[in-house]
Design a protein around this ligand. Structure first.
Ligand code: MGD
Ligand code: MGD
Ligand code: SF4
Ligand code: MO
Length: 734
């Protein structure tokens, strides 16, 4: 077992132990959750397959229920994503069910918005209130004036409801605050997106380049497992990160890049590969469009020029370029996921796509495979009402390449300005907008313009604190959800099904959507009796057995080829039908047809760039109150370079505050003095420093990056909000 898998094993083991300990020691409150189970759960051990919701990867799970109580969660060996193993968060999923701070009853706001004062009401009262307000908004402004923010598969039926209601406005922070620029950059180049799960063949890569994608802390299960396997097989790892990440500790080459200069490095690499003829000539000739013009452009970038920008020595730039070329086409320059950094993110992502194209890795083993999903017919619903207005997020196509998904911050803006038309209601499902969107003040300003704000959540999250109505949802272990047919190396369908019952008056999303539909006279859009009826209908339309799916958790389709070399016909859905080294459509829209480098502002003296990322045991801001995961990490710390700390007289473990360029101050946060970060930046894990008073376990624990991100830079191609553009200084007074 190599180091990564051993470490992972230890973490997983400790999570299991912690789970048992918490369940045993947490006293009556927690145990009661399972005690409430009705008698249908028999004595003995029952294994129930389902899929995880601790993040959006949707790993197959086997839940063990012992004498009717939730005991532990393991990976489902049949599941291609988890291959029988969960990440530490997935194992700690037990804590979502037994979290004593969960929402227990529907709530209606008593005082001013944001005061977090509530009256407990019945479901009927809450849904009547919502339906009445929705109808009022519809009468006054039209159904389009209600927007939905929804992240994750649990939002499926709420989306369906709002579409049936007549609103085109539906968004998630996973586009403009996450992988949007990457998808657009790849689509412009290859005519297709990377998607989720990423179509990266990490386990077969012989050379893997991670540019600010910190697999190992970013714990998407399959990727971490494949990363461990690639290392076992001796893959050459190149890590580019201002911070010596866990992945960097596994790397052959570590490039401590100056933040914000990655595009210079990418251009210099491409310059070398083109000038020295190191690229996959046959592939480029066969599939490439505009290569000559591209080659002329990138040839001018030298490693010496890039050194001045990036701080990476010319020798190291040249050596790593040769290393990548040596293993082509099994060289994978990972596209990253959270790509919204500096405002030129689509062009940086396009540069990553182009570097992969030069090395011939798209469609090839060890590069980007061609994914499959098992096709399950949709439920035969009546057609939706015709939409009378366009979505508000991108008026007049201001961001011409924002395609496919809507811009969350565009909807926020429309809510503030009333343009192109007023937005008066927000439905918020499974997204903590106050932590996820940059510039909290703007979010609150938008909220103050609303006539109705509904939050569906499982805990009293920060965003719930601003709602008019809060609806408590059952956690994933207590409910059915939409089928998982994620595109992957093999087609499959996974089921989420209840393992235990809700501890209090929580209800699943499908039930909420159906009941609300009845109150809005939209019941014809919910013709199924219950969710089992819905799922069974779909599964049987696909010619599969619902009982088999419930029994195994996963049904797979026959394996198919996933690489060009195995007979897949290459297809590039770009305007030229080829890989676009030169993009005429970008040029026509007034953008660089081949990415160009521009400098980004640097921190003023005494300030440091704020960078942020993930911790292995937490997901964004949604797991901090989970008793199992909190036990492993209850607050974040700020990484400060050792020389800088010495200069400021800051000691390891000391608490300080961070103050940003606009004077916004964080809560006290512990310092980690380390050589593992550059001197020009500091690093914190996202999701901490939350401000919901009802979540006592997380209230003001650590520093919130979201709070310090008052400034953001908009990507002009697609409206992404770059957030690595804030600078902080240190305040010793805590
Ligand atoms: N400052 C900053 N902002 C960021 C990021 C960052 O790193 N820093 N990351 C960006 C990225 S990459 C992404 S993808 C987004 C993620 O943004 P979000 O998806 O908004 O992530 P969370 O903050 O975890 O919010 C999830 C919410 O869903 C609730 N929830 C959990 N389980 C359930 C459930 O079963 N049902 C319901 N109804 N609700 C549930 C949680 O309690 C929480 O309130 O944020 C983006 N924004
Ligand atoms: N455990 C866990 N895993 C997760 C998630 C989670 O919440 N928890 N969330 C999932 C989701 S939705 C996403 S989007 C991904 C996000 O995971 P990633 O795509 O890996 O992105 P970040 O978490 O933002 O990690 C940022 C990394 O980039 C580095 N960095 C910062 N600035 C620069 C720069 O200018 N140049 C370079 N080269 N590097 C820089 C930081 O030091 C850090 O290591 O993680 C996924 N996996
Ligand atoms: S990666 Fe981890 S948290 Fe995400 S679905 Fe898989 S096991 Fe759950
Ligand atoms: Mo993300």
């Amino acid at each position: 077992m190599n180091q990564i898998s051993r470490r992972k094993f230890l973490k997983i083991t400790s999570a299991t132990i912690a789970t048992t300990a918490i369940l045993a020691s947490a006293g009556k409150h927690v145990i009661k959750a399972s005690d409430n189970l009705n008698k249908k759960f028999e004595k003995g051990i029952k294994k129930i397959p389902t899929y995880c919701d601790l993040c959006f990867w949707k790993c197959g799970v086997i839940a063990y229920v012992k004498d009717g109580k939730l005991w532990k969660l393991e990976g489902n060996p049949l599941d291609p994503l988890s291959k029988g193993r969960l990440c530490p968060r997935g194992t700690g999923g037990v804590g979502t069910h037994c979290d004593p701070e969960r929402l227990k009853s529907p709530l209606i706001r008593k005082n001013l918005r944001g005061e977090e004062k509530w009256v407990e009401v019945t479901w009927d009262e809450a849904l009547n209130y919502i339906a009445e307000k929705m109808s009022k908004i519809k009468n006054n402004y039209g159904p389009e004036s209600i927007a939905l923010f929804s992240h994750g598969i649990g939002g499926t039926f709420i989306k369906h409801l709002l579409r049936a209601f007549g609103s085109p406005n539906e968004t998630a922070p996973s586009f403009a605050q996450c992988r949007g620029p990457r998808e657009v950059g790849f689509e412009l180049t290859f005519g297709d997106v990377v998607g989720s799960p990423e179509r990266t063949d990490i386990e077969n890569a012989r050379c893997l380049v991670l540019i600010g994608s910190h697999i190992g802390e970013n714990m998407h299960n399959t990727q971490v497992q494949e990363f461990a396997r690639a290392i076992e097989k001796g893959a050459s790892i190149i890590v580019v990160d201002p911070r010596f990440s866990v992945a960097a500790s596994k790397a052959k080459y570590y490039l401590p890049i100056k933040p914000g200069t990655d595009l210079a490095l990418l251009l210099a690499w491409m310059g070398i590969i083109v000038r020295e003829n190191l690229y996959d000539e046959e592939y480029v000739k066969k599939f490439g469009y505009g290569f000559e013009k591209f080659a002329n452009e990138v040839s001018k970038y030298t490693p010496e020029w890039a050194y001045i920008e990036t701080g990476i020595s010319p020798e190291l730039i040249i050596e790593t370029a040769y290393e990548m070329a040596r293993y082509k086409p099994a060289t994978l320059i990972h596209p990253g996921r959270h790509a919204t950094w500096y405002g030129d993110d689509t062009q940086r992502s396009r540069a990553i796509a182009l570097l992969n194209a030069l090395l011939g890795s798209w469609g090839r083993k060890g590069g980007f495979y061609i994914p499959y999903s098992l096709s399950i017919p949709k439920y035969p619903y009546p057609p939706y009402p015709e939409l009378k207005k366009d979505p508000v997020d991108n008026p007049d196509g201001k961001y011409p390449f924002a395609t496919g998904e809507q811009i969350s911050t565009g909807i926020r803006e429309a809510t503030i300005t009333g343009n192109p038309y007023p937005i008066k209601g927000w439905f918020i499902y499974g997204t903590n907008l106050l932590q996820a969107l940059p510039n909290k003040e703007e979010t609150i300003k938008a909220i103050q313009n609303l006539d109705l704000m509904v939050v569906i959540d499982v805990i009293p999250s920060e965003v719930a604190g601003w709602a008019d109505v809060v609806l408590p949802e059952s956690v994933y272990l207590e409910r059915y959800d939409e089928l998982n047919t994620s595109p992957f190396k093999e087609g499959f369908v996974g089921i989420r099904q209840p393992v235990v019952e809700e501890p209090a008056n929580q209800k699943p999303n499908w039930w909420i959507a159906k009941k609300l539909a009845e109150k809005l006279n939209l019941e014809k859009y919910f013709p199924w009796k219950d969710i089992e009826d819905y799922l069974k209908t779909r599964i049987e339309l696909a010619g599969l057995s619902f009982d088999e799916l419930r029994e195994k958790g996963i049904i797979k389709s026959n394996p198919q080829p996933i690489y060009f070399e195995d007979g897949i016909e290459p297809e590039f859905l770009t305007p030229s039908g080829k890989i676009e080294f030169y993009s005429d459509q970008l040029e026509a829209a007034g953008f660089d047809p081949v990415p160009r480098y521009t400098r980004h502002p640097e921190p003023p003296s005494g300030y440091f760039r704020l960078i942020y990322g993930r911790a292995p045991v937490h997901t964004f801001s949604k797991t901090q109150s989970n008793p199992v995961l909190r036990d492993m990490m209850s607050e974040n710390e700020v990484w400060i370079n050792a020389d800088i700390a010495e200069k400021w007289g800051i000691k390891n473990g000391q608490k300080i505050r961070l103050k940003n360029q606009d004077g916004v101050m964080s809560d006290p946060v512990r310092v980690k003095v380390t050589e593992r970060i550059r001197k020009d930046c500091v690093y914190i894990v996202h999701g901490f420093g939350q401000k919901s008073r009802h979540l006592k376990s997380t209230y003001r624990k650590g520093a919130s990056d979201a709070e310090l991100i008052t400034k953001y830079q908009i990507d002009k191609l697609m409206g992404g909000t770059a957030m690595n553009v804030n600078f902080v200084t240190f305040e010793m007074e805590v």
